[in-house]
Design a protein around this ligand. Structure first.
Ligand SMILES: [Zn+2]
Length: 74
């Protein structure tokens, strides 16, 4: 992932406005909605101001780092 990339309002990873969110498969969302756990397929980094997604990762280590303490993005 490109950690130097900036969103349209000028924020990059490491800025408090850039928040990691997890994304799931359709089946994953269904499992979560029923109260089961599921593993995210992707972590995205989104600016909370302009809502732009500046980076994403499907790396195991990144997914494990964020899967339990991130909001879910649809
Ligand atoms: Zn922004």
């Amino acid at each position: 992932m490109d950690i130097a990339k900036k969103c349209s309002c000028g924020h990059s990873i490491g800025d408090p406005l850039i928040v990691a969110k997890t994304r799931y498969t359709k089946k994953g969302y269904v499992l979560l909605s029923m109260g089961f756990s599921a593993r995210p397929t992707e972590v995205v980094f989104q600016c909370q101001q302009c809502k732009e997604i500046i980076s994403s990762s499907t790396e195991e280590i990144i997914i494990e780092k964020y899967r339990y303490n991130s909001d879910i993005i649809n």
